[in-house]
Design a protein around this ligand. Structure first.
Ligand code: NAP
Length: 331
């Protein structure tokens, strides 16, 4: 099968500028943390990526350890690049990261120059790419001098392995310090990738102000709290869902609990009144922030991507809707 992207692929989304950079991103980007690993069905992941690109999602987000097993999401993506997307490389923004544990020993995690450069080279090899568009430091390292980690990002960009540098889950203070070093080095920080959803709003407490001030874009991950901010868990925990597969032991403390489901049921009523699904309202809500460049979703099905793209056609919230959402979240 030869994949031909839809001619209409740029008719669906309004792209947003990442901070004060020259780069625009789609309001919805697709991450390959789950559902694209060696344990997953290749053709399903391939269909999801095709549909995403057909609908104008130009940005695919990876990391060295996405899978499982580690590295396998990048291998899957590399196969899809080779089979289908190679002719469209210049239409794609592909990112990867290093920071979490990837290989054994002292050079396989955190923030040393040794780890970051080696990991970036491994990622390029797995994906069959000459360069990634964005390379991130995945999480702050309390033991490595920030100058070394930012120096490594600068080197990765200058050596042609990446076009832009980014940071993920850095606090407001760490972000300010990282941005300063990167600016001095001549490789400005393009984007910050923090977690942001209705249940996890830490970025409202200082980070957004720093990003605005520094002209750094923001791509908020897990806008659906890994699926909890949808209607999928309202009746039960369906087979094949992330909560079922991982026995409700999800990263970042995302648990399907009765307290959360009671809130989601009420939020779902507001979503319906807006003519949206719960998932769509959760995505639109993150995009209400002017600093938010893109909502970084995950998807196990083609229809998840379709729903997310459709969400961007209904982004305006009335004051009453916002107040009602705040009320439910504060209960
Ligand atoms: N920088 C970091 O430290 C970091 C950390 C985590 C994630 N990320 C990035 O963020 C990306 C997204 O994270 P995430 O997967 O947690 O995002 P998410 O969008 O909050 O959750 C995605 C999951 O929600 C469910 N879902 C999606 N659309 C749905 C719909 N319309 N109806 C019902 N269920 C729906 C699916 O779950 P099922 O699989 O159950 O169907 C899907 O796998 C990752 O792939 C990664 O790129 C970055």
């Amino acid at each position: 099968m030869t994949y031909l992207p839809a001619d209409s692929r740029y008719d669906n989304l309004t792209y947003r500028r990442s901070g004060r950079s020259g780069l625009q991103l789609p309001p919805v980007s697709l991450g390959l943390w789950y559902n694209f690993g060696g344990v997953d069905v290749f053709e399903n992941g391939r269909a999801v990526i095709h549909r995403a690109f057909d609908l104008g999602i130009t940005h695919f987000d990876l990391a060295n350890n996405y899978g499982p097993p580690y590295g396998s999401a990048e291998e899957t993506f590399g196969r899809i690049m080779a089979k289908d997307l190679k002719p469209y490389r210049d239409e794609l923004i592909i990112s990867s990261k290093a920071g979490y544990d990837m290989w054994p020993g002292p050079y396989g995690e955190w923030g040393s120059r040794k780890y970051l450069v080696a990991s970036c080279d491994q990622s390029l090899k797995r994906m069959g790419l000459e360069y990634v568009d964005i390379f991130y430091h995945h999480r702050p390292d309390p033991h490595t001098p920030l100058e070394e980690t930012m120096g490594a990002l600068d080197f990765i960009v200058r050596s042609g392995r990446a076009l832009y540098a980014g940071i993920s889950t850095y606090s407001p203070e760490q972000t300010r310090a990282a941005a300063k070093i990167l600016r001095q080095l001549g490789t400005p920080c393009l984007i910050h990738q923090p977690r942001y959803n209705m249940f996890d709003r830490w970025i409202e407490d200082g980070l957004l102000d720093v990003l605005e001030d520094e002209g750094i874009g923001c791509i908020g991950f897990s806008p659906l709290a890994q699926g909890i901010l949808t209607n999928k868990y309202l009746q039960d925990v369906p087979d094949g869902s992330r909560a079922a597969k991982y026995e409700n032991q999800l990263h970042w403390g995302d648990k399907v609990t009765q307290t959360r489901l009671a809130k989601v049921a009420k939020l779902n009523e507001i979503a319906q009144a807006r003519g949206q699904s719960m998932a769509q309202m959760a995505i639109s809500w993150t995009l209400r922030l002017p600093t938010m460049t893109s909502a970084l979703i995950g998807a196990s099905k083609v229809r998840h991507v379709e729903e997310a793209v459709a969400a961007t056609h209904n982004l305006a919230f009335s004051d009453d809707e916002l107040a009602a959402i705040e009320g439910i979240l504060a209960e």
